[in-house]
Each structure stands twice: as C-alpha cells, then as structure tokens.
Write a protein that binds this ligand. Structure first.
Ligand code: LLP
Length: 444
C-alpha cells in the first residue's frame, strides 16, 4: 500500500512506524491498518464514481461494505470520507451506529435477518433494508404494522444470472445459491424478483426505493458489472410499464477486485466507474427511461490493500518435496484463525521478511500457522530469504479485508489486535483478545 517503505536498515516502515516498534508495542500476530491509505481508497472510490456518474447525469452513493472489516474507528473514517455504511447483521449495524453514523446513512443486508435485526434497523431509521425474499417482505411489513411509524425504505435484492468473482463461495448472483430473487420468469409466471417488487408496492408499510444487485467478490473482469446493470435497468423498466412506478434507486453491489500478489493488477476505480457509467447510460437510453440514482458497496477494495498482518517466525523446517525440490516450512505465530481465506478459498497471498534486509539467496517457502491442522496455510508458495529464522518478523500483505472479520478462536487462539498507523503514531482499534476473554464465556 502507499504508506509502506523500508528504512535504512532494510526494515519495513508502515504509516511512518517501523514494524519492529509495532511488534514491540502490540506484539504479534497483529493486523496493521494504514489509516491514510484506507481513507484515500474510500475517497478515491467515491470521487471516481461521483465524477463518472455525474458525467452521464446520474447521482451515486458509495456504501462501505462493513463485512470486509468493521470497527468503530473504521466506520468513522469511511463516513468522514463521504461514504455510507452497508451492514450485514445487527452486530455490524450496532458498530456503525456506535461510530455515530446516522441511521439514514446505513443499509441492512442479509438473506435471513431476524426480527430483532429488522426492529433494530427500524428503531434507528436505517436508510434502506435490502430484502432478500418474499417471506422477508411479509415479515418486515408485519413488523412495521405492529410498531406503527413511517413505512420502511426497501430495496429488493435480485440475482441477474451474472456469475462473477474469485471463487464459487463468493460468487453471489448466479441462480443456484441462497441470495436474492431471480429475474428469470418461468412457466408463464412472474419472476421471483418481479413478484417481490410487486409485493413491496402492495404494502403501505413499505416504501420501494429500488433494486439491488451484487454479482460476486474479488472480480477482476469488469464486464459482469455492465451486464448486471443492464439487467437491473430492464427489470426497472418492466416494473414501470406494469405499474407506472419507476423506482428511484439502483445498487450495483460491491466486488471490486484487488491485487494480492506482486504483479497482480487491481480493478481501477476510475476506469470501472467510467465503463459502468457509460453502459448504464446506454442501457437507459435504449430503454427510454431516465437514469436512477445509483449506489455501490465496495468492501475489500477499500480496506483490503490497506492492511497487513505482522507475524513472528517460529520453527523453520526444510522438507524434500521430490528429487529437485526442497520447500521450507516457515511457521508463524498465527494461521488459519486469523486468515481463513487460504484454507477456505485457496486464496493466495504474498509474504516478506520485514524486520531486516537479508542478502541470502531466496528459497521456495510455505508459510504455515500454528494450528493442529495441515491445511493451516497462510501463504502457499513464496520466495523467502534462505536464512529466514525464528524471531524474524514476517508480513503478509493485503489482509485488511475478510481477515479479522472472519477470524476464529480455533485451538483457543486469541484473536489478534487491529492497530492503525498514521504519521508515525500507533493506535489500537481492537485490542488483542485474552484467554480471560474466552474464559469469560465459559460457564464451567
Ligand atoms: N455488497 C453485498 C451485498 C455483498 O454481499 C458483498 C460481499 C459486498 C457488498 C462487498 O463485496 P466486496 O467489495 O468486499 O468484494 N469472505 C469472502 C468475501 C465474501 C463477500 C460477500 N459479500 C472473501 O474473503 O473473499
């Protein structure tokens, strides 16, 4: 990320803070977030989309998808930078509210929201509830009826059939998965999406804001966004023909891919914003409908590249793989409990020895964790200096998204802290868990 450099001794400095100092002050493993970098990415997405969409005459709001990583400070930072916050549970919603983000600037997602979560959203006047099923439409309407008060602002999440993203588990808009309502009509019936839109319009307790589509995550081929946007605009035009209601908003979801490895190229926000703006403008012209207000929900692209994980190396074991290959197994003091992505998705990361400069020739290495499981891999394949040894600090890049937010306590490891660095200062956003924190849950 932008705030990373090496000092005279060859040690990494991030956000003006040498990693050795970080390790001393907060210990390892630790997640380190570069605040200036994160803010710049948030602002960069907002500016890119505002500029490109203004050129075609449409407004746009950028929601930060808090599932990637949310803490009170991060919610404040992104809100400061002009973003709203997209939440996927009562927990995320509560953190955003605690940060002082007004309910009106928050959205609530989920394919199986509880009544408590829906009530919490209504209590705080969230700007939109993204409904994911016909059952939810009925439940939300009943809840508003029983409580009284203003109609709930609703978007309907649809699946456009566009299959995009880095891994099957994170592709969300093809049909054979749990999210959203299909736009495909079958057997002469309305599509599930159309049925849900009509149902929302039928309920005086609900106010239909618009249509939502999220096609997947870690997307590096931008064409899916354009196809999905067109499908959503077509559905919107159909609904207008049918009911006279032209919904005001369309959300195109998140999913903008980042670079995890040296040499990989992230989606460029300016580029993608321009392409998507041009294609929605063309689609709206074809359909002879005015453009709606748009929104997007990037998570990973805002926080992912701004974070790294700092580990300390423990045991190092050379393994003869075959006649030609030797691989160094480098164990660190964390693992699949702080980053499940390699084990879950086969995700690839890059690691470097960051506490010193080494002139030793590099060797093939695999960075592994300390869990009692052989799939506990942090970095599958990486070149590390051949003299890598116990006590070395090792950093894994681009772990800001879906690292801490998917962390577990497997083997009763305590979850690492999240610290922010900025202008040479260190600030703890989430403290390290302790075994006492875990024991506090244990009722004997
Ligand atoms: N909006 C909706 C409705 C979503 O479902 C998601 C991600 C996002 C926005 C944000 O997507 P992003 O811009 O961060 O790609 N745990 C997986 C990713 C799951 C994403 C689920 N939904 C991973 O570690 O790759």
């Amino acid at each position: 990320s932008t705030g990373v450099a090496r000092d005279g001794s060859g040690a990494l400095v991030v956000g003006g803070v040498p990693v050795a100092r970080l390790a001393q002050e907060v210990g390892t493993p630790a997640y380190v977030l570069d605040e200036a970098d994160l803010r710049a990415r948030a602002a960069g997405y907002r500016r890119a989309f505002e500029t490109a969409f203004a050129e075609v005459g449409a407004g746009v709001d950028v929601y930060y998808a808090g599932k990637a990583f949310l803490s009170v400070a991060v919610a404040r930072w992104v809100h400061d930078e002009g973003l709203r916050v997209d939440t996927a549970s009562g927990g995320e919603l509560t953190v955003a509210l605690r940060a002082g983000v007004p309910g009106a600037d928050i959205g609530l997602h989920g394919n199986n929201k509880s009544d408590e979560e829906l009530a919490l959203a209504l209590d705080h006047g969230v700007g939109r509830v993204i409904v994911d099923s016909l059952v939810e439409v009925e439940r939300l309407a009943a809840l508003v009826r029983s409580r009284g008060g203003d109609p709930a602002p609703v978007m309907v999440r649809v699946t456009t059939g566009v299959h995009a993203g880095g891994h099957e588990y994170i592709s969300t808009a093809h049909e054979d998965q749990k999210f959203g309502l299909s736009v495909t009509a079958r057997d002469g019936q309305d599509s599930p999406a159309m049925t849900a839109l009509l149902a929302v319009l039928d309920h005086p307790e609900l106010r239909l804001l618009g249509i939502h589509s999220h096609i997947g995550s870690q997307i590096l081929d931008p064409s899916g966004f354009e196809v999905a946007a067109r499908v959503v605009l077509e559905l919107r035009a159909q609904l207008a023909r049918r009911t006279g209601v032209l919904v005001e908003e369309v959300d195109l979801g998140g999913g903008y891919g980042i670079a995890y490895l040296p040499g990989e190229v992230a989606l460029d926000p300016d580029r993608i914003a321009k392409d998507v703006a041009a294609s929605v403008a063309a689609a709206a012209a074809d359909l002879a409908t005015p453009l709606p207000r748009f929104s997007i929900e990037p998570g990973r692209a805002v926080v992912g590249p701004s974070g790294l994980t700092l580990y300390t190396v423990g045991t190092v074991k050379p393994v003869r793989v075959d006649d030609e290959t030797e691989r160094l197994y480098v164990s660190v003091d964390g693992g699949m409990s702080d980053n499940i992505r390699p084990a879950l998705y086969g995700a690839r990361y890059h690691a470097e020895v960051v506490g010193r400069l080494s002139s030793a020739p590099s060797v093939l290495a695999r960075v592994v964790g300390k869990h009692c499981e052989s799939g506990d891999v942090v970095v599958h394949e990486v070149q590390l200096p051949g003299d890598v040894r116990a006590g070395d600090l090792l950093a894994v890049a681009a772990t800001g998204a879906y690292g801490r937010s998917m962390a577990s306590n497997y083997n009763l490891l305590t979850r690492p802290p999240v610290v922010a660095v900025r202008d040479g200062a260190v600030r703890t956003l989430l403290r390290r868990e302790t075994v006492d924190d875990l024991l506090a849950l244990d009722q004997g």
